[in-house]
Design a protein around this ligand. Structure first.
Ligand code: 5RP
Length: 224
């Protein structure tokens, strides 16, 4: 069984004709996009708004019509993956580096649906390093300020150089303290000049689609 495919496709139960759909990023949403393309070819009329260049490219390949922010009146549903999901459906996101656009779109959506295999479920957030997107200008100072909050940041690297987001920014992957107040941490991080956004998605998830390991891996949809 392909767990990512199962949960990724299930999200399409919530997509109806005429909707504007926020299209997330990652290997789970890949299956959402593949199936959505199929539904569009069979007559479903929706418009998508992608959270990354990678997703934009896939959506075009799969024949999903896209819409730009200037034309959007509202985003009905956004579907996205996660790197960690806690029992209150708070998330860490940004493993794929798309957290800023993902947060803009999730925040704007009337319904935010998260799809993830059960390996992403955690009792508390923080085993996965928290991605923080920062401006390259003066990032060394930004990094110091983040350290002063008790985090341990590492500049994300790719092929021997800093990873760049679709927005041209860097990512600092941060080990976070054992028992932080996540709400406070999110606020403090975003108050640092040079921090563009962080990967904590707190109180944003409306529906969470995963599998229940205790019930033969059957699909479970949890609601906030
Ligand atoms: C990208 C993300 C992804 O949603 C997250 O990394 C999960 O990805 P995957 O479905 O590949 O495990 O936040 O920035």
């Amino acid at each position: 069984m392909n767990e990512k495919k199962e949960v990724g496709e299930k999200a399409l139960d919530y997509i109806k004709d005429g909707m504007v759909v926020g299209l997330g990023t990652g290997t789970t949403v890949f299956y959402t996009l593949t199936k959505l393309g199929e539904l569009v070819r069979n007559g479903l009329s929706i418009k998508g708004i992608p959270t990354s260049k990678q997703t934009e490219k896939l959506a075009k390949e799969f024949g999903i019509p896209l819409i730009s922010f200037s034309e959007v009146k509202q985003i009905d549903v956004a579907i996205d993956g996660a790197d960690e999901v806690d029992p209150e459906l708070n998330l860490i996101k940004g493993g794929g580096g798309a957290l800023l656009r993902e947060k803009i779109i999730a925040h704007a959506a009337k319904t935010f649906i998260v799809v993830a295999d059960p390996d992403k479920n955690v009792a508390k957030l923080g085993s996965f390093p928290l991605p923080v997107e920062v401006l390259p200008f003066g990032f060394e100072l930004t990094k110091k300020k983040i350290q002063e909050l008790g985090l341990i940041p590492h500049l994300r690297q790719v092929q021997g150089g800093p990873f760049r987001t679709d927005n041209g920014h860097y990512i600092l992957d941060c080990r976070i303290p054992d028992k932080p107040n996540h709400k406070e941490l999110e606020r403090e991080l975003n108050l640092i000049p040079g921090v563009m956004e962080n990967g904590l998605f707190l109180g944003m998830t409306d529906k969470y689609i995963t599998l229940d390991r205790n019930k033969d891996n059957s699909i479970v949809v949890r609601h906030r």
